[in-house]
Design a protein around this ligand. Structure first.
Ligand SMILES: Nc1ncnc2c1ncn2[C@@H]1O[C@H](COP(=O)(O)OP(=O)(O)OP(=O)(O)O)[C@@H](O)[C@H]1O
Ligand SMILES: [Mg+2]
Length: 362
């Protein structure tokens, strides 16, 4: 989707991806095959490029260093180093005065036992490196009998963070862009609904009250400025039952919760990412109409007996205001994000209603 936005701005695009038939393949001029540690592939990509940007934060620092010899890498290495590791990320946020829920860095089974006693009993334990969509996470103290020892083993006996389970009123995110010239713009907040720790649906605008919206915007803008961001950062936030705003995590790239920006805003997050990476003026982020998305997980490609089938696109597309966005991923697996539906509506509620109605028909 970023490549498509770059194309309509007139750029040529090359990508690096571990999968030579990756989704971007069909819209780019060249595809360099390489895993996220392949510094050589990163250098090959950068040699013929004017600027490098990212849409996944797992790219190794060695790759960023290799690419940086040939072209500016946006967002930069230091920001990526911090965000790639949940312990460094939370430490950075705490040191810069951003609001976080109670958490502990965990380096051993004993640390986890201690954390459960101090900030438990209900914890989310998350690997410091490499997780997404709720993977590399274990819940502790939620009624099943998982012990700290089992959780430590399940997460590979590697550094992780333990977070107190927050009583959530709702979840929001704010996408902020900052160009190398310093210009900064935040989109209106999105409201996000997760199921089994995976984003199920999301809507822009979020309809939280103005005071909290200002606070969320302020947090996102200050994160962008403190990092001297060159690109995008999505700031995922929790609104607690007691009315506080906490930062959950940062994603330095286009984010699933802003896919609806394509329908809701004057400028989509994808175009904004390209504008920021190319040091162009940032686009207008005003909301033109409420829009919602709902994710299409691989589960939809299987019937109750486990047989593979094609979802009923025709039925979903008959719902007013609905569009289909498929990512060209070749194999459907349970829990894998294969695409999304989007819908516009007169109100955020109507947009959500329509997108869920369409999803229900698949
Ligand atoms: N401390 C917590 N308290 C309450 N809910 C939580 C907590 N941590 C995570 N969750 C729930 O799990 C979801 C996923 O958690 P998180 O964002 O940390 O994981 P992730 O794997 O990085 O997900 P993604 O990459 O999809 O954003 C959250 O959006 C929230 O719904
Ligand atoms: Mg998240």
């Amino acid at each position: 989707m970023m490549a498509m936005a770059a194309r309509s701005l007139g750029y040529r695009v090359q990508v690096m991806d571990p999968d030579p038939s990756c989704p971007a393949r069909f819209v780019v001029d060249a595809c360099f095959e390489g895993n996220w540690n392949d510094a050589r592939a990163a250098a090959d990509l950068a040699r013929g490029s004017d600027v490098i940007t990212l849409e996944i934060e797992q790219v190794s620092l060695a790759c960023l260093d290799a690419a940086q010899k040939f072209a500016p890498v946006r967002p930069g290495r230091e920001l990526m180093r911090i965000i790639q590791d949940r312990i460094l990320q939370k430490t950075w946020l705490a040191e810069h005065g951003f609001p976080l829920g109670p958490w502990r860095a965990i380096e051993s089974e004993e640390d986890l036992v201690k954390a459960a006693a101090e900030i438990g009993p209900r914890l989310f334990v998350k690997s410091a490196r490499g997780g997404y969509d709720g993977r590399s996470q274990v819940k502790l103290g939620f009624g099943d009998a998982t012990t700290p020892a089992e959780a430590w083993k399940l997460l590979g006996e590697k550094p992780c963070v333990a977070e107190q389970a927050v009583e959530l009123d709702r979840e929001i995110s704010v996408m902020v862009a900052r160009a190398p010239n310093g210009e900064t713009k935040s989109f209106s907040s999105a409201m996000n609904h997760h199921e089994k720790q995976i984003l199920a649906w999301s809507v822009i605008p979020s309809s939280i009250r103005a005071e909290m919206e200002n606070q969320a915007q302020g947090i996102a803008a200050r994160i962008a400025q403190e990092f001297e961001l060159e690109g995008l950062i999505a700031v995922e936030m929790f609104v607690t039952k007691s009315g506080n705003l906490l930062v959950n995590e940062l994603a330095p790239r286009p984010h699933n919760s802003y896919h609806a920006s394509e329908r809701a805003c004057v400028t989509s997050q994808f175009e904004q990412a390209i504008r920021a990476a190319c040091d162009l003026p940032l686009g207008d982020v005003s909301v033109v109409q409420p829009a919602a998305i709902s994710n299409l997980l691989g589960d939809l490609w299987f019937d109750k007996e486990g047989n593979c089938r094609e979802p009923r696109w025709d039925a979903a597309l008959a719902v007013p205001g609905v569009r289909l966005h498929l990512y060209e991923k070749h194999s459907a697996r349970p829990g894998r994000k294969m695409g999304h539906l989007s819908a516009v509506g007169a109100t955020p509620e109507e947009a959500v209603e329509r997108v869920l109605e369409a999803q229900g028909k698949l």
